[in-house]
Design a protein around this ligand. Sequence first.
Ligand code: SF4
Ligand code: SF4
Length: 541
Amino acid sequence: MAETTPRPEQLIQIDYKPPKKDWQDPKVEFRKGTYCYSALPKNLEYLGLPNPREWQPYEEDWKLPPDWKEIILNGMKERLEKFRSFRLFMDICVRCGACADKCHFYIGSGDPKNMPVLRAELIRSIYRRYFTPAGKLFHGLAGGRELTVDVIKEWFYYFYQCSECRRCSVFCPYGIDTAEITMIGRELLNLIGCNINWVLEPAANCFRTGNHLGIQPHGFKDSIDFAVDELEEITGIRVDAPINRKGAEILFIVPSADYFGTPHYYTLLGYLMLFHEVGLDYTFSAYASEGGNFGLFNSHEMIKRLNAKIYAEAKRLGVKWIIGGECGHMWRVLHQYMNTMNGPADFLEEPVSPITGTRFENAKSTKMVHISEFTCDLIKNDRLKLDPSRNDHWNVTYHDSCNIARGLGLFEEPRYILRNVCRQFHEMPENTIREQSFCCGSGSGLGTDENLEMRLRGGLPRASAVKYVHEKYGVNVLTCMCAIDKATLPGLLEYWVPGVEVAGVHELLGNALVMKGEKERTTDLRGEPLLHTKETEAAHA
Ligand code: SF4
Ligand code: SF4
């Protein structure tokens, strides 16, 4: 934690009094800890994006191209014509305020421009001024604002203080999706070279090596081999983890953090055990070695470019269908865009579980099934031997990762798995889970250290709900199914709720899974001693 990061007792003092200045005044103070650094020119160059240059948000001169205003207005015009939802969202807001207090960044910062309605108004006011007859004639009187450099700076600040979580859209009576407005705002900024490095570096890496971390094929293989060795030590069983195997039935795609980060890595161990146990005919791909898609945080064009490798690898390897691992925005992209952007994947088959015969009709168009759907089906059909007592050291709650819950609609599957693999499970308060889940505060590429204060503020509502179940029931682990959550929630909880760990759903499944021929398990996948072993059973007898 940086020395400049305020302590929790300071950060919790949130001032909700509206500032004295007019909301139309765009001037922003770029205070350390509340914004992200600009993207390095090499990353823009690699991706072929416009206006690569050295600059930083806190500098006075952003070195914008001379015709920046024209570029932005042309970009807006193009998008108003292309995306019907964008024009609709610009027109139909009645400023009812139902969304106003629903954003975690507003709750955690007290800054009114983090109210979804006002965040959208930052761009809507430009729309009114330049694209509506009343605005063209009456300017400010019709709610329009002049497009100035300060407006661009304001957009940058607030569109990178929205994690595109869509919680606000659940409460809007008109279904206005502020996340989509943020996406357009970021696309427009992109046109004049105003992007953040935490989004563009992973995107450039992904374009070069297939994954956000820039891991090359031999590094990918080393990581998977390491996991296989470690699993053998824990279980006594050597699992097969094929990579680039042509003719396998299923292609399995995970976020790269699963094979390079913790606690993600324990989730990977869980997948490997599961697939071995049910004898799944599958393969990883060393190129489609990333399910995540940071293009979602940059532009529609970038989403398409980064997503294309999934179907390309499925075709090259000759698989029948695809399973995807625990990742958040991977599923938003997959569920909302993949089939129309890079499909139809007519060369693939409608997914059918080779173990249970279940047809996944919901994946008819994408041909891609979420790992939790696959696992649920196995449990429901009694194909797994599970010993939930092996998770007795965990008192569990579940965080609905925004893109899994609101983006994909997976609410029950993870809970069904958890209720079968552990004996202590407690839900957080109703208005903080399922559709109403609070974001981790670091999604959409905001999970960088220079932005830590804002992340801690944005994560406050989620952390408060965790604190509630921690104090009331003794919950000591927050499970989730998103790689960004697994990377950022540990720091958030350490700050607001020390004593609560973060884990993947398939980590707990791996702990509970009784494998044929395994040696007696004395530790969980983290190497921590189990509470419930033959030894402890004998001691209690
Ligand atoms: S999408 Fe999420 S982060 Fe963005 S304004 Fe809505 S609630 Fe806030
Ligand atoms: S809830 Fe919808 S209509 Fe109401 S202010 Fe928010 S975005 Fe506008």
